[in-house]
Design a protein around this ligand. Structure first.
Ligand SMILES: Cc1cc2nc3c(=O)[nH]c(=O)nc-3n(C[C@H](O)[C@H](O)[C@H](O)COP(=O)(O)O)c2cc1C
Length: 391
């Protein structure tokens, strides 16, 4: 086993911190305002305990499942993220790792690699879009994704354009030319390994968003696309139903945080939801998704596939989410730390760590399959979840 191997996601994050320029590391940390939601996403898992068994455990434990029609070797999927500048291979490396470990992947419309290149490496890519631009351009993006081989769509609806952080936002340039590169030199030159990775390819990070466009339209810069999205009025549930109809296949609404909204997603024809607060990057004070998962599961379980993301760092977190009603989880920063630390192998490493952790938890709880997990396996404090809405 090489020295690049890490045994927990926390160690991958430490390595990423050492390897990435401060601004790139800061962009992954992200968060909003005081960071209350971002911290709660992780610490809420610590409030949950387990009820282990002592003898009679199963010698074999199965984790295989189906996520939005796709076979998955475990109940984990790659959540879409814009990974500009983390690693020169970006989402192509992530796609190779997802394919190698047999799990589906979400690809962001703000990602750094063209969807055609990503689908060439992984046959289970879900294309993520925001409600941005006019309806024709949204259809144009979806048709391009369909032609590239995307197997479904993720519509992310929880972004609230919250840009301030008490610890300061990283400086992200409009584009990187030699002048900008030199102005970032003090930050970048302290991270020679990161710089070397890019230099080996004769490239600088490109802040274009190639999946935001279609046909012969030019690739916009990140801020150009972001500006258009900010200026687009948010969709109604009728709009969501319309987009789902246009796509016609597997369709996830990502960013659900309440039971009533989960029901609206079912009514709009979505085939999956992700209970998510975007990793704590939207309204600060939004509870950790694991806290509202039981309420959402009670409302829509069996009618739609329920995924959960935000705060997953360990295999035992995956087990807790499944026990509280998720069919599967998505991971964000966890694989970005792996990608930063060691490229494709680092992402595979993270997936292996999560798989090992889930397997240990299943063993300790006496389960022969991840699907057997239930709330009875978890110790839940009385005040863990917010009061339910009466509607
Ligand atoms: C750097 C970064 C970029 C992200 N970009 C997107 C994106 O483009 N589209 C999207 O739907 N979610 C995006 N997300 C949110 C993730 O898909 C996911 O919801 C979140 O990271 C889950 O929380 P976790 O990082 O604690 O696992 C991003 C998250 C991070 C950290």
């Amino acid at each position: 086993m090489s020295n690049d191997w890490f045994e927990t996601v926390a160690i991958a994050q430490e390595r990423a911190k050492k390897r990435l320029p401060r601004s790139v590391y800061g962009a992954i940390i992200g968060g909003a305002e005081a960071g209350i939601s971002m911290r709660d996403n992780v610490s809420s898992f610590d409030e949950l305990g387990f009820r282990p068994v002592t003898a009679g455990q199963s010698g074999e434990r199965s984790m295989d499942t189906t996520i939005m029609g796709q076979h998955a070797s475990m109940p984990i999927m790659i959540s879409p993220t814009g990974v500009q500048a983390v690693h020169p291979d970006g989402e192509v490396a992530v796609a190779r790792a997802a394919a190698a470990r047999g799990i589906p992947m979400g690809l962001s419309s703000f990602g750094s690699k063209p969807i055609e290149d990503v689908c060439a490496e992984c046959s289970q890519v879900f294309f993520q879009i925001y409600w941005a631009g006019d309806k024709d351009s949204m259809i144009g993006r979806l048709e391009r994704a369909r032609a590239a081989g995307a197997v479904g769509v993720i519509l992310t609806l929880d972004w609230s354009f919250s840009h301030g952080r008490d610890w300061g936002s990283p400086a992200i340039p409009q584009s990187i030319d030699l002048k900008t590169a030199l102005s970032h030199a003090p930050d970048v030159l302290t991270r020679p390994q990161w710089l070397l990775d890019w230099a080996r390819r004769g490239e600088l990070p490109d802040l274009g968003v190639p999946n935001y466009t279609f046909g012969d339209r030019p690739v916009p810069g990140f801020f150009e696309a972001y500006g258009e999205w900010m200026g687009t009025p948010p969709p109604s549930w009728e709009d969501v139903a319309w987009l789902r109809e246009q796509w016609g296949g597997e369709f996830m609404v990502k960013g659900v945080g309440r039971a009533d909204e989960a029901r609206r997603a079912v009514d709009a024809g979505a085939t999956a939801i992700s209970v998510s607060n975007h990793g704590g990057n939207n309204i600060d004070g939004t509870p950790a998704p694991i806290r509202v998962l039981p309420e959402v599961a009670d409302a829509v379980s069996g009618q739609i596939q329920i995924l959960m993301d935000s705060g997953i760092r360990r295999g035992s977190d995956v087990a807790k989410a499944l026990a509280l009603g998720a069919d599967a989880v998505m991971i964000g920063r966890a694989y970005l730390w792996g990608l930063a630390a060691n490229g494709q192998a680092g992402v595979e490493n993270v997936l292996d760590v999560l798989r090992g952790g889930l397997d240990s938890t299943l063993l300790g709880l006496g389960k022969s399959a991840a699907s057997e997990l239930s709330p009875d396996d978890v110790l839940i404090p009385d005040d863990f979840s917010p009061p339910r809405l009466s509607a």
